[in-house]
Design a protein around this ligand. Structure first.
Ligand SMILES: [Fe+2]
Ligand SMILES: [Fe+2]
Length: 194
């Protein structure tokens, strides 16, 4: 299906990011489209959000911190310790200017692809998961997660994916963002399912 908005965004991603990142973005877009079809989410939005999710991924830490300040994003201790986490929120802050007319739900899905949120939309979950499941991803547990696609509900799949991310943070002895704990408590500890 021809989509001039997607094509223009792909062009922009290719000139902004290195080849490796740009290819990752394209794979996330395709994976997001597949998940969107399976879970009844808008496919155009999923493709576009997947394509643009790492718009700021290659910015160096000082630049990310500067942009976050400029955009009025609250920088927690966890963000200061791991400034790369900010790339999702800084990208979201600049996408509306870079792509006039872009849907707010697409921008929100970009903003939430690293830490998630306590009130994830279905599109937010699709993008979070597409980033974890794109074909080049290889980590312990990825096959088990892929095997659940289509049989687990979208929120259950998100809970499983979030558990993997959390496990990785703990194993790598990384600092955990306070919002991550809030998301964990709502989605993974089961509060959202009761
Ligand atoms: Fe990212
Ligand atoms: Fe990514």
């Amino acid at each position: 299906v021809n989509d001039p908005v997607y094509d223009a965004a792909l062009e922009a991603v290719r000139s902004r990011l290195g080849k490796k990142s740009a290819e990752h973005c394209r794979r996330v877009a395709e994976t997001a489209a597949g998940l969107a079809i399976i879970y009844g989410v808008d496919v155009r939005s999923a493709k576009l959000a997947g394509l643009l999710h790492d718009w700021d991924r290659e910015l160096p830490a000082p630049e990310l911190l500067g942009r976050a300040l400029e955009a009025g994003i609250t920088i927690s201790d966890a963000d200061a310790a791991r400034p790369k986490l900010l790339h999702a929120r800084t990208a979201a802050a600049s996408l509306s200017a870079a792509f006039p007319g872009i849907d707010d739900d697409v921008v929100q899905a970009v903003a939430r692809h690293t830490i998630g949120a306590v009130d994830m939309s279905r599109l937010d979950m699709v993008i979070y998961l597409a980033d974890m499941l794109e074909p080049a991803r290889d980590y312990p547990g990825v096959e088990e997660l892929r095997a659940q696609v289509g049989s687990a509900s979208l929120s259950e799949l998100f809970a499983l994916g979030y558990r993997e991310s959390m496990r990785h943070l703990v194993d790598a002895r990384k600092r955990i963002h306070p919002e991550t704990v809030a998301v964990w408590n709502v989605w993974v500890a089961g509060d959202a399912h009761e």
